[in-house]
Design a protein around this ligand. Structure first.
Ligand SMILES: NC(=O)c1ccc[n+]([C@@H]2O[C@H](COP(=O)([O-])OP(=O)(O)OC[C@H]3O[C@@H](n4cnc5c(N)ncnc54)[C@H](OP(=O)(O)O)[C@@H]3O)[C@@H](O)[C@H]2O)c1
Length: 264
């Protein structure tokens, strides 16, 4: 299988190339700001994009106009609404996978926060805190926004209606159902996320720490191998991990609850 990498000179691009070669895949094109995005589409099976929002937008516009129909994996974060519309438009013609976090464990966190949002009503205040290295260009992280979206969805709300990104100076009292975001940029932290549901008498927090960017590259390469067999459509980590998670949920229902009954 041949892969084109957008953002090839970057930290993630380098890791994608290294991991792909370790897995016996071939690199057809390495593209950065010094190349034309059209080069990505030459003699390749899949495009993998870890670059920046402007480059992602150019690549998606070219894909749509040229009708080259190459499957696309997007890991770039901080995408505009226009980019998301372009992702949707492209996914009519090609399988397109977009994940602001390619870690399998984060997809578990995402599922757990959705379930927790369903279980706990809006008297539990939700706060999302994320920490990343000092060079990160977008805030809050794509992962923090994804987690916020899952909680908003679990409460049948739109994130844009309940998210609070700025707290500075004299601020209004916290609204019921608000989701607050806090951002830290320091050191070389790869990526940390914590979602807290805080009630009057107790709190639950779900957190994840990435120790190495390699986990994102490994996740992306798994998606690279999976995507060519898919029909045109807009895929996320949820589609990728569904087959692993659903049997566990069924098992939980069957064994965990009945185990409790047996014990007592
Ligand atoms: N989804 C995930 O799991 C995940 C994990 C980690 C990071 N990310 C995201 O991945 C993206 C890249 O992160 P990184 O740490 O690798 O960044 P980085 O080291 O700054 O690399 C950025 C890359 O994008 C290229 N680029 C910049 N402007 C461009 C343009 N106009 N046209 C074409 N290429 C351009 C750069 O090329 P030049 O060298 O020519 O400037 C470079 O290759 C970020 O959005 C980050 O948030 C996602």
């Amino acid at each position: 299988m041949k892969i084109s990498v957008l953002g090839a000179t970057g930290t993630m691009g380098g890791l994608i190339i290294k991991t792909a070669l370790q897995e016996g895949l071939n690199i057809s094109n390495k593209v950065s700001s010094r190349n034309e995005v059209s080069e990505l589409f030459e003699d390749t099976d899949v495009i993998v994009d870890f670059s920046c929002p402007i480059a992602t937008q150019s690549m998606l516009e070219y894909s749509l106009q040229s009708k080259k129909d190459v499957p696309i994996i997007i890991g770039t974060t901080g995408l505009s609404d226009k980019c998301i519309d372009l992702i949707k438009a492209n996914s009519e013609n090609v399988p397109l996978f977009f994940a602001p976090n390619m870690s399998f464990l984060i997809s578990i966190v995402n599922m757990v926060v959705f379930a927790t949002g369903r279980l706990l009503d809006e008297t539990f205040d939700v706060e999302i805190t994320e920490t990343h290295h000092r060079l990160k260009k977008d805030a809050p992280s794509g992962t923090a926004l994804m987690l916020g979206q899952s909680i908003a969805k679990s409460r049948n709300k739109k994130l844009r209606d309940i998210a609070v990104f700025d707290r500075h100076g004299v601020i209004p009292q916290r609204r019921c159902g608000e989701i607050g975001f806090s951002v830290r940029r320091c050191g070389k932290v790869v990526g940390e996320h914590e979602v807290s549901f805080v009630g009057d008498f107790e709190e639950i927090s779900i957190s994840h720490k990435a120790f190495s960017k390699e986990i994102f590259a490994r996740g992306a390469i798994k998606a690279v191998k999976w995507i060519p067999a898919q029909k045109p459509g807009f895929y996320t980590m949820n589609d990728f991990t569904r087959d692993m998670i659903i049997p566990v949920v069924k098992d939980l229902y069957k064994n965990f609850f009945s185990w409790n009954r047996d014990k007592f």
